[in-house]
Design a binder for this molecule. Structure first.
Ligand code: SF4
Length: 83
């Protein structure tokens, strides 16, 4: 499956794009907004493809593959240094 194939099936394609770019990921409001975006990702049929892609080419901002930028950095660091 190519990237262009799976991206066409992303649940975010039909969601409000602003949902994936909350002003903050911290604080009660930021966490609630982030969780709302993550819920869409967790129900997405291409989550695994998306996760692999965002760990290879991590976007600097926003929620992708049910991860925040900080979570992507942590996952990438673990992948590079699993011990
Ligand atoms: S996992 Fe999230 S960001 Fe990735 S394609 Fe699906 S809805 Fe979009």
């Amino acid at each position: 499956m190519t990237t262009t194939t799976w991206t066409r099936r992303g649940a975010c394609r039909t969601a409000d794009p602003e949902l994936f770019f909350p002003i903050s990921h911290t604080g009660p409001r930021g966490q609630a907004d982030t969780e709302e975006a993550k819920k869409v990702c967790r129900a997405c049929t291409v989550l695994r493809n998306c996760r692999a892609d965002v760990l290879d080419n991590p976007p600097e901002y926003g929620v992708f593959a049910a991860t925040t930028p900080d979570e992507r950095r942590t996952l990438r660091a673990r992948r590079l240094n699993p011990n």
